[in-house]
Design a protein around this ligand. Structure first.
Ligand code: 7RM
Length: 650
């Protein structure tokens, strides 16, 4: 549990403090008064943010809260693509770059707001011509190319619900998501580039489609360049259509659907403790309000900024802080397709220099990789345009924070450490860059209008315990797709009417929040959420495996790595080849990000008398720690033998 962690007690004595530079504070979008305004009347405060969007019809009620179900801006009508595109077309926004894209091989494309609007409208018309309409589900399985943002926006324009599936997921994972959402259309590409290698998305999609009966049509984007010449994809007549063919005769305007504030905007699958990933449901008005507000206030967005968030659109960070938040604010968004070390480890800094990036938002795992690669890489580039840095995805260790501040930020850029989740939709705990004194390793305070606390098991405030959100917020998840009971059980069953985030946390004397990481069986590998259950299911799916238990193990760069303890069926020999085969099997079932870093074969797993696997003890073994209390084990010998074997195997 969270409170056990000795290392974090040291953190709470962190005494380095960083005040925002005076000129930054003076010019900042968010000034201290927004805290007082939010405290005075939270609903009126959120309504002020909502009023910065364009509504076709005004709302009548700001909030209706029947725990655990919230509705925001009831009766209001709006369209997300209209807010992200059309309303910037009057005036200088028209010719401002909206998307500045660079492919991994170095090819580039830029869309002004006018051009992006036209492309989105053409695709929206194309989707309508395929029979897609309000409420239909569309799966998007694309690399980091402009068409990913275009596809998302085109869905929102016609009221279709998108479900973006990260391009690194396997055919099985894609099929599961198609089926859970009953997707009617799949949007994919022939391929994409990652670390100099082509990713064969269309062939993955073809494999998934063999068991995705609801999918009627497949739109295939040509990634272009040398890649498309070599991939040679097959198109199934009647089902598959090329994106460029579909768009060829489509008009450059398309009337946006007038959507209800509470209509579903998208589904995004995220790993949980048990079973198949949950389809987190986000709706239209509240989601756009909070992502637009936080993008503007937390990233201090100004008209001439060049904003770069390095996430993939397959994750919530890509949804909220590459596409919807920045475009709703009329920002110029940089989007990069590939890896940070291709062709060399200076790639990100080269991009920052060439495009004059001013705001840079990345993950601690990336920062730790930059640290390992060495200061000479960023030192070789001019990063003086940078003025604000952000991090998200996992707790940032103070050394990494200090390095980021000094080496990337030149000791002049405020750092916003932003805590939030797929479920929260938008940033929840964060410094305001012109207001908050930061300390390395803490996400500081709730965003104005958010009520967070640290509670104990019983729901009483505590300096160490579980992170809780005390009242509804506009961009909160509304349910789990097709499974409202799971929504209640997962997030609302610990305390009455209070949201359980699944993270351990502490508060220090300044009332700052220190997020300690997950308290459930969810791993955070390089900022990606992976359920231990998912990996275990993939392992036992292999014909040789009898049982498995998966735990997280600290990793210098990735935060956590996956360790799998596996018992084999009778008569199966534990060999190195089998180990490699099991890792590959998990890769095929879920995707490469879920491959265990280590597989340990064992004759038995430590279990309680009632048969529950004690992962806590396996964690101790994987971490090389003293093994905790084994008195409840059916056979304490199992752990002793396992620890010995583990140490012998190295
Ligand atoms: C945005 C995102 C959510 C989980 C969350 C935490 C961890 C995210 C921070 C963080 C400490 C942070 N969505 N997390 N941000 N932990 N400090 N600033 O990552 O749904 O994929 O993951 O990530 O454990 O519960 S997510």
């Amino acid at each position: 549990m969270a409170g056990d962690s000795g290392a974090f007690d040291d953190l709470l004595h962190e005494d380095r403090r960083f005040d925002p530079p005076a000129d930054f504070s003076r010019d900042a979008v968010a000034q201290p008064e927004i805290y007082t305004r939010a405290d005075r009347d939270r609903e009126a405060y959120w309504a002020d943010w909502a009023a910065e969007l364009e509504w076709f019809e005004p709302w009548s009620t700001v909030l209706e809260w029947t725990p655990p179900h919230a509705k925001w801006f009831l009766g209001g009508k709006l369209n997300v693509s209209h807010n992200c595109l059309d309303r910037h077309l009057d005036g200088p926004g028209r010719t401002k770059p909206a998307l500045i894209w660079e492919g991994e091989p170095g090819d580039t494309r830029t869309y002004t707001y006018e051009e992006l609007h036209a492309e989105v409208c053409r695709f929206a018309n194309g989707l309508r011509s395929l029979g897609v309409g309000r409420g239909d589900r569309v799966t998007i399985y694309l690399p980091m190319i402009p068409e990913a943002a275009v596809a998302m926006l085109a869905c929102t324009r016609i009221g279709a619900i998108h479900s973006v599936v990260f391009g690194g997921f396997s055919p099985e994972s894609l099929a599961d998501r198609n089926n859970d959402a009953s997707a009617k259309v799949l949007i994919t590409a022939d391929g994409g580039w990652r670390r100099g290698q082509p990713i064969r998305l269309k062939s993955n999609a073809d494999a998934a489609l063999e068991r995705s009966p609801t999918v009627e049509k497949v739109v295939v984007v040509r990634r272009g360049g040398t890649l498309s010449d070599t991939l040679g994809v097959t198109m199934e007549p009647g089902r598959d259509v090329w994106y460029h063919d579909l768009l060829a005769d489509m008009p450059r305007t398309c009337d946006p659907e007038s959507m209800d504030a509470e209509d579903t905007l998208f589904i995004l699958y995220t790993s949980g403790t048990t079973g198949m990933p949950k389809g987190v449901v986000h709706t239209t008005g509240g989601y756009l309000t909070q992502v637009a507000a936080t993008t503007k206030a937390v990233f201090d967005l100004k008209d001439d900024d060049v904003y770069w968030c390095t996430a993939d659109v397959g994750w919530i960070t890509g949804h909220s802080y590459i596409v919807y938040g920045p475009l709703a604010n009329g920002a110029s968004v940089l989007m990069y397709e590939g890896a940070p070390d291709t062709p060399d480890q200076g790639r990100f800094w080269d991009i920052c220099q060439r495009y004059g990036v001013t705001i840079f938002y990345t993950a601690p795992t990336a920062i730790r990789a930059f640290m390992r690669w060495g200061e000479q890489w960023p030192a070789g580039y001019d990063l003086s345009a940078l003025r604000l840095l952000g991090t998200v995805g996992e707790p940032i260790n103070p050394e990494a924070w200090m390095w980021y501040h000094r080496v990337i930020g030149g000791e002049r850029c405020p750092i916003v450490d932003t805590w939030w989740q797929t479920e929260t939709g938008a940033i929840m705990i964060t410094p305001l860059p012109g207001v908050t004194t930061t300390k390395p390793g803490t996400a500081t305070r709730p965003f104005p209008g958010i009520e967070a606390d640290v509670l104990d098991e019983k729901g009483d405030p505590s300096h160490a315990g579980y992170l809780a959100i005390m009242s509804p917020w506009p961009s909160m998840l509304r349910t789990v797709w097709g499974d409202d009971q799971r929504f209640r059980d997962t997030y609302w069953s610990k305390w009455d009417g209070i949201y359980f985030a699944g993270d351990g946390a502490k508060r220090d004397d300044d009332e700052y929040f220190w997020i300690l990481g997950r308290v459930d069986d969810v791993l955070n590998v390089a900022g990606h959420r992976i359920g231990t259950m998912e990996v275990e299911s993939a392992l036992v799916d292999h014909q040789s495996v009898a049982e498995s238990a998966v735990v997280g193990k600290s990793h210098d760069i990735k935060g956590q790595a996956i360790a799998a303890f596996v018992t084999l069926k009778d008569g199966i020999e534990p060999t190195d080849d089998l180990m490699a085969e099991l890792r590959a099997h998990v890769g095929e079932k879920i995707g490469a990000i879920a491959k265990p870093e280590m597989v340990v074969f064992t004759a038995d797993l430590p279990k309680t008398r009632s048969g529950k696997i004690m992962r806590r003890l396996l964690r101790d073994i994987a971490e090389g720690n003293a093994v905790g209390d084994t008195t409840t084990l059916a056979d304490p010998e199992v752990v002793r033998r396992l620890k010995q074997k583990y140490e012998e195997d190295g």
